[in-house]
Ligand binder design. Sequence first.
Ligand SMILES: [Zn+2]
Length: 390
Amino acid sequence: MNTPKTDASLPRALLRHLTPKLPQMLRMLRTLVIAESPSLEKAAADRCCTLVAQQWRSAGARVQRIPQKHRGDHLRIEWLPNASARRRGQLLVLGHYDTVYATGTLASMPFRMAGGKAYGPGTFDMKAGIVQALHAFEALRAAKASIQKRIVFLWTSDEEIGSESSRKLIEMEARRSDAVFVLEPSFGPRGLLKTARKGVGEAEIIVHGRASHAGLAPQEGVNAVHELARQVARIQAWNDLRRGITVNVDIIEGGTRVNVIAERARASIDLRALTVADMRRVEKRLRALRPITPGARLEIRGGFNRAPMEHRVSTKLFAKATSLASQMGLKIGDCVAGGGSDGNLTASLGVPTLDGLGAVGDGAHSAHEYVLTKTMPQRAALLAALLATT
Ligand SMILES: [Zn+2]
């Protein structure tokens, strides 16, 4: 690709350029996967971060490493495709290099390739996404495509544990951006993009009762376990699968021994909602809980930490992606994801966001995690085309 491409021929040219790059992409993927990078182990995560930085530097990118005290460092890569790009706005490409697997997982789950799949911890979620983005960047440079905007790639280290250390950075870059492309894995064998995501939260109800001898003075006790059971029954009724509201009490504990009326009980609750309005409604109901048993006291903690990514933030970008894919002879679809990602953070700022643009495969967070390798150049080409035309 030595001559600048016209708009119409660009998507196909990108795909043609990227298809033979699959062996390089797989070598790069292997390098990243065998550098295990659990969110909670800074030293290991930093080693992987160094490799990602090296890969991008060798591709000619300007890499800025943003040091973190307790988590792996974050990487910010800024690309100014031409002198006037700065004025014309910014596009953000977002992903994370941390995984949910502790160091040593490779021993039982090595990187391997078989039957058109690449297996290993973090292949699908989401190291293949980072590799695809790097190749999208290279392909755009090789194509000399006339790109309108500054492009920032952000690779963070703590998405899998809630993005505490990266959230500010993500939000700051998102606010400056006209669109955000999230390289989280796609869904299912057809690689559906994620055009909406549920908001996700975690709450806790602690019941304070009063201990007493269950035989000698039952009337003096306030049973925290009984009270919690009644509250759980209340909360359970808030579930509304059709609306996309789920409220699940997933951990429960309380009491000390069998002849002592339980003084304390606690429940941890997983909260999910598809719309901001429903999220607020659930939070309000949670705060409005009052004790049923006389003498009991309730303490409510937590709430949603990632707001829903509503459909409307992705509609235009998905339409564009569909049209670009069809120009490349590819078919894409979309879905709603029940889980959150950093896309929720950018979407809730109102910035157009398209998620699930990363790898096609399956088994995220499980022993059979894999990527369908032949889709890697296709997805890299789709991202490149989006960056060139947004
Ligand atoms: Zn992920």
